[in-house]
Design a protein around this ligand. Structure first.
Ligand SMILES: Nc1nc2c(ncn2[C@@H]2O[C@H](COP(=O)(O)OP(=O)(O)O)[C@@H](O)[C@H]2O)c(=O)[nH]1
Ligand SMILES: [Mg+2]
Length: 331
């Protein structure tokens, strides 16, 4: 008799069942495994994958202090209104050490409009070879399998890691605030290009007209490849103003993408990022799992430090040692 897939993959069927039924504690446990890079987590993700593909993922990004958590807090009841299950993932790499701000976010978010049907998770970079983006995309898989209809992912839009996380979203909301200097020009090009809904939050502050004009002139030339014309919304999240409009624009974007078929294209783009992340973390794992490769790595590091060899050639040597062929001088 052939083995059942469950025995082959080594995942505990009871735990799989609990995740699929949406049990919060089990979901939280599995997410911790994913974050900590526990090897067993892979077995679960492999099985759970067949139950995913239903979550609608909204990325919410912007500078620290722009009001992302406050906005998420205000949007939550709109997603919960029809009884759908809502997940919130807050990625805050600015405080990976003590977890202080992360924890603060969590408490604040839970203290307001979030109810028992909303799952909140804060993440920080922790010993995961795929990095923060890799861990986040795996957490999203877990939530998807657990039946969360919508997941809002809050990230600080500062570095490449955060841009990568936003790439794991179907629809991306970019927050800007008035009076932040020449924000629109200064905003990382990557973030500007992936925004679907631009929120001018803190619209109670002076300088709204200026940033709105900047934004509109920028967006005038930047229809997204899939035909979606990004929208601009003004909000005062701390007073729950403009929230319904923001919710409606996110919804409009989703509807547009569904109708035009571009939703699938975006889903494929998300899977592409996931594959790249997985390939990257697997290559690293393969190198670090073999003592011979680790010795080579240490030796190369010493030689780079002594300026005997440049790091480009050293990285190529390391991959060569691990059996991965990289053409010389072309990373
Ligand atoms: N004046 C004003 N303050 C806001 C608004 N939205 C959020 N805030 C405040 O800005 C601060 C940072 O908000 P937070 O949501 O933590 O920002 P995040 O770092 O982007 O998550 C908090 O003190 C909020 O109360 C707004 O629309 N107007
Ligand atoms: Mg926040």
């Amino acid at each position: 008799m052939p083995d059942s897939p469950k025995i082959e993959t080594g995942a505990d069927p009871a735990m799989i069942k609990a995740v699929l039924s949406g049990d919060f504690r089990t979901v939280a446990r599995l997410i911790s495994w994913v974050e900590d890079g526990v090897p067993d987590a892979d077995h679960y993700l492999r099985e759970l994958f067949h139950h995913t593909g239903r979550s609608f993922i909204v990325g919410i990004t912007g500078a620290a202090g722009s009001g992302k958590s406050t906005l998420v807090d205000c949007l939550a009841p709109y997603y919960r209104a029809d009884g759908s299950k809502l997940g919130i993932v807050a990625v805050d790499p600015t405080s990976p050490y003590t977890g202080g701000a992360v924890l603060g976010d969590r408490i604040r978010m839970q203290s307001r409009s979030l109810d028992a049907g909303t799952f909140v998770r804060s993440m920080a970079t922790r010993g995961h070879l795929g990095g923060l983006a890799g861990a986040t995309s795996e957490v999203l898989l877990v939530l998807d399998a657990a039946g969360f209809d919508t997941v809002l992912v809050e990230t600080v839009g500062v570095g490449q890691d955060e841009v990568d996380i936003v790439r794991t979203a179907h629809v991306t909301v970019v927050l800007l605030v008035p009076g932040m200097g020449d924000d629109v020009q200064a905003m990382k090009a990557g973030i500007m290009e992936i925004g679907d809904v631009f929120v001018i939050n803190k619209a109670d502050h002076p300088g709204v007209e200026r940033i709105e004009a900047d934004l509109n002139s920028h967006l005038h030339f930047s229809r997204r490849k899939d035909g979606w014309q990004p929208r601009v919304v003004k909000t005062v999240a701390s007073e729950s103003r403009g929230i319904e409009e923001c919710f409606q624009q996110i919804k409009a974007c989703r509807e547009f993408l569904r109708t035009s078929g571009a939703y699938l294209t975006r889903a494929a783009a998300i899977e592409r990022e996931r594959l790249l992340e997985m390939a990257r973390s697997r290559v690293l794992k393969a190198i670090l799992a073999d003592e011979k490769h680790v010795d080579k790595l240490d030796e190369l590091a010493r030689r780079v430090a002594a300026r005997e060899i440049d790091p480009y050639s050293a990285a190529e040597d390391l991959l060569q040692e691990a059996g991965i062929h990289v053409p010389r001088g072309q990373e």
